[in-house]
Design a protein around this ligand. Structure first.
Ligand SMILES: [Zn+2]
Ligand SMILES: [Zn+2]
Length: 255
């Protein structure tokens, strides 16, 4: 596959719309129905939103789509190669990374609201953007959300990777394997660490739970791909358990 040059340059109408017409989830249906009564508002600037997205046209035009990137690490790539030099020399354990957006405005406003403040409307906008950007030729058999430790789940009351995976499934995506991968340790937040410390921090932090075979092809789902230490460790556990191919799907790519 060539780098993702065909992804949308701006807002929704030209996006790959693989799942857009399948929104059967009652909560989404109700939200859409409510738009007939209440004009949608942009979640970033409170201007008038659009028919199927709580963003105004100006904020949509600012969306930092993560185009022209390495197929494997989703970082910017010069030229027409599918992979960057780093991934060619030392490939990560996953096969394909799809990160819809770069971690910049307005993603840097919306994502913390979803992740830390339980703002499901922001989560729905971000999940919709991820869904629109996904390559329909690269669909896995199941989605595996990167798990939170129980202690962090209690603290936040909410698991953003699981919510994201569920959203994608509800809109016609693959089933979610919610509890096959578990986080064993309550690790320090990765955002406070450098690359090497991030790898040490998550080493041995995940394990498989439950019996039964896993699908041959799964996608790990998380909010942001940064150094890849966390998804790399999750991918290693899944591959050791017999999964043949692990992809990574995230809303955003941190550069
Ligand atoms: Zn706006
Ligand atoms: Zn790469």
């Amino acid at each position: 596959m060539s780098p993702a040059t065909s992804k949308p340059a701006a807002a929704p109408p030209s996006c790959p719309a693989r799942h857009r017409a399948r929104g059967l989830d009652p909560r989404r249906w109700l939200r859409r129905a409510s738009r007939l009564l209440i004009a949608p508002r942009c979640l970033v600037c409170a201007e008038r939103g659009q028919a199927d997205l709580d963003l105004c046209s100006a904020c949509s035009a600012e969306l930092p789509w993560n185009l022209d990137v390495c197929r494997q690490c989703a970082l910017p790539l010069e030229g027409v190669a599918a992979r960057c030099g780093q991934c060619t020399l030392r490939p990560p354990p996953w096969s394909l990374a799809q990160s819809a957006l770069r971690y910049a405005f307005p993603v840097d406003r919306l994502l913390p609201r979803f992740k830390f403040h339980g703002d499901l409307a922001a989560g729905e906008v971000l999940a919709t953007l991820l869904q629109w950007s996904l390559d329909p030729a690269e669909v896995p058999a199941a989605l595996v959300p990167v798990p939170l430790h129980r202690a962090r789940l209690r603290e936040r009351g909410y698991d953003q990777a699981l919510e994201l995976a569920r959203f994608l499934h509800r809109d016609g995506g693959p089933p979610v394997l919610a509890d096959r991968l578990r986080r064993l340790r309550h690790t320090a937040p990765q955002s406070e660490l450098g690359a090497a410390a991030r790898r040490d921090n998550v080493f041995g932090a995940f394990a498989l739970h439950g019996d039964g075979p896993l699908p041959a092809h799964v996608a790990l789902v998380d909010d942001v791909l940064t150094t890849g230490a966390t998804v790399g460790e999750c991918a290693r556990v899944l591959l050791a358990a017999g999964v043949r191919r692990v992809d990574v799907w995230t809303i955003a790519r941190a550069l």
